[in-house]
Design a protein around this ligand. Structure first.
Ligand SMILES: CC(C)(COP(=O)(O)OP(=O)(O)OC[C@H]1O[C@@H](n2cnc3c(N)ncnc32)[C@H](O)[C@@H]1OP(=O)(O)O)[C@@H](O)C(=O)NCCC(=O)NCCS
Length: 243
């Protein structure tokens, strides 16, 4: 079986990440975004939050990536995808374990994600990694074909004594949200993203608002880890992940 490695993403990966994202969007099943994807815009978005992304690489090609969108209250929102040709070979597992280790190193107290209820591979992967069901959103997502899809909200507590520096919701952020709403109402572009908000459901977490991501901090010892044993078994854990 061909080998792959997992490492922090760099800005030079952003284009390949965006192209893979566009290919997975074409499947119209696992991630929330549907085609057409503006690869240029996605490249810029991935670049802006590259410090929160981890990639899987095989033979020099990006075959998967995961993004941990860090929220100001200390939660990481996961989004991930794997190249169709590489699924079922452990890439998703390796990425999520690396993201869990990265989140612990950042001092986040919890990881969260949202997955379509029909995504059996995704749900199995998340449960295997210790995520638990937190809620079921019924007929929540309108798809381009008019269907309404359900989703499952899942979470993984990491530590109740994490030391992530919670930031106050301030004037700047409020202003930003107002701008985001205005952009959404204006309906710019095919993806119509709200800047500063990561779209969930595995969308890879491209975030246009680097402000909302705190600076990457050096790893510090954690205590009171709550995640199941073995969560720290990170395949080829990079020295300093960025996501
Ligand atoms: C979901 C996804 C990321 C999983 O990645 P992957 O590389 O295939 O995952 P792995 O090979 O590490 O498999 C992990 C676990 O998932 C489960 N799994 C994988 N493929 C499965 C399938 N087709 N059916 C059921 N369970 C499956 C298994 O429990 C497996 O663990 P095991 O091999 O120890 O039994 C991948 O299928 C994907 O990118 N899908 C499209 C995009 C997407 O759905 N992203 C997530 C949005 S929330």
């Amino acid at each position: 079986m061909a080998q792959f490695t997992v490492r922090p993403a760099s800005v030079t990966d952003a284009r390949a990440m965006a192209e893979l994202f566009a290919a997975v969007a074409e499947e119209r099943t696992g991630i929330a975004t549907e085609p057409p994807v503006n690869v240029e815009e996605r490249t810029a978005q991935f670049s802006a939050s590259i410090a929160e992304s981890i990639v899987a690489v095989a033979d020099g090609q990006i075959v998967g990536h995961i993004h941990t969108g860090v929220r100001r209250y200390g939660v990481g929102e996961l989004g991930m995808l794997v190249d169709r040709e590489w699924r079922g070979r452990g890439v998703g597992s390796a990425l999520i374990q690396a993201a869990i280790a990265w989140a612990r190193a950042q001092g986040l107290h919890k990881l969260s994600l949202e997955v379509f209820t029909h995504n059996t591979a995704g749900i199995a992967l998340y449960r295997k990694c210790g995520f638990v069901d937190e809620g079921h959103r019924v007929k929540h997502y309108r798809r381009a074909n008019g269907e309404l899809w359900d989703s499952l909200v899942m979470g993984l507590p990491l530590s109740e004594t994490s030391n992530y520096p919670v930031r106050r919701l301030g004037v700047d952020r409020g202003q930003h949200d107002i701008e985001g709403r205005a952009a959404r109402v204006a309906g710019r572009g095919p993806e119509r993203r709200q800047p500063g908000r990561q779209q969930l459901l595995g969308d890879g977490g491209a975030r246009a608002d680097p402000q909302s991501a705190p600076p990457v901090r050096p790893a510090e010892p954690r205590s009171a880890d709550l995640a199941p044993a073995g969560q720290d078994a990170v395949p080829e854990k990079p020295a300093k992940l960025a996501a």
